[in-house]
Design a protein around this ligand. Structure first.
Ligand code: SF4
Length: 234
């Protein structure tokens, strides 16, 4: 039952998606079955960082969350990497017993029974610019596994091909609320981000969606990148 954990940090704000702005603790799982070209968390994906991942029992992670929050129950985001390749059921059960709430962000490649115990499942299928290919049968299995848990979809968009993908994904799943987020091409924590460039990407995405008459998606920036750039653990 030991978990591979890249980081536990917070409280901070959720920087993206449907829970943007929400005070949140983060548990970043180590390991991912994808290798997206623009991944912003390579330290939680690439096996060359494996020696930095800490083996932790669920009770140890829970104790860390309790210490970080001063015992105040709050939202916990399971991210990664892909948290779905590990068993977070015991941690979720422990946390919920203390009043903590859990969201999980995953690309939708591995379905887990514990999705049904979440307060929100954020499915973030990866568009063509990632270099990965979505297996929609597996994505649908993730949705089914979540049962009645709230489920939302978030897609990163770098270019027109990604936008076409987002439209197709949205059409496949009219039941899901949809956030689109402009891609951030820079993941190096030591490289300063250009706020002007990020704003231009955001404006392009608004033009190509709302401006083109597609009124369904919410268009959101990555709030943490606007505030802290690509710095980790904030
Ligand atoms: Fe990185 Fe997420 Fe892609 Fe995994 S699925 S490689 S964590 S962007």
């Amino acid at each position: 039952m030991t978990l591979r954990i890249a980081e536990v940090f917070g409280p901070t704000i959720q920087g993206e998606g449907a829970l943007i702005g929400e005070p949140t603790l983060f548990v970043r799982a180590g390991g991912c079955d994808y290798r997206c070209s623009w991944c912003d968390s390579p330290h939680a994906v690439d096996s060359r960082f494996r020696q930095d991942w800490t083996p932790m029992e669920p009770a140890e992670v829970m104790a860390r969350l309790g210490a970080l929050s001063g015992g105040q129950p709050m939202m916990v985001s399971l991210s990664g990497g892909n948290p779905a390749i590990q068993d977070f059921a015991p941690l979720i059960a422990m946390g919920r017993a203390k009043g903590y709430r859990f969201a999980c962000e995953t690309q939708g490649s591995v379905a887990r029974d514990w999705f049904a115990a979440l307060d929100m499942l954020v499915l973030s299928p990866k568009p063509p610019s990632s270099g990965e290919t979505t297996d929609w049968a597996k994505f649908d299995a993730c949705l089914a596994a979540a049962g009645d848990a709230p489920r939302v979809m978030k897609i990163v968009v770098f270019d027109d091909a990604d936008l076409d993908y987002a439209r197709t994904a949205a059409a496949r799943h009219p039941e899901l609320s949809l956030c689109l987020q402009p891609g951030n091409p820079e993941s190096d924590p030591d490289t300063p981000v250009s706020l002007d460039a990020l704003a231009a990407r955001l404006e392009w995405l608004v033009d190509r969606t709302i401006g083109a008459g597609w009124l369904r998606p919410r268009i959101l920036p990555q709030l943490h990148v606007l505030i802290w750039g690509n710095k980790r653990g904030v």
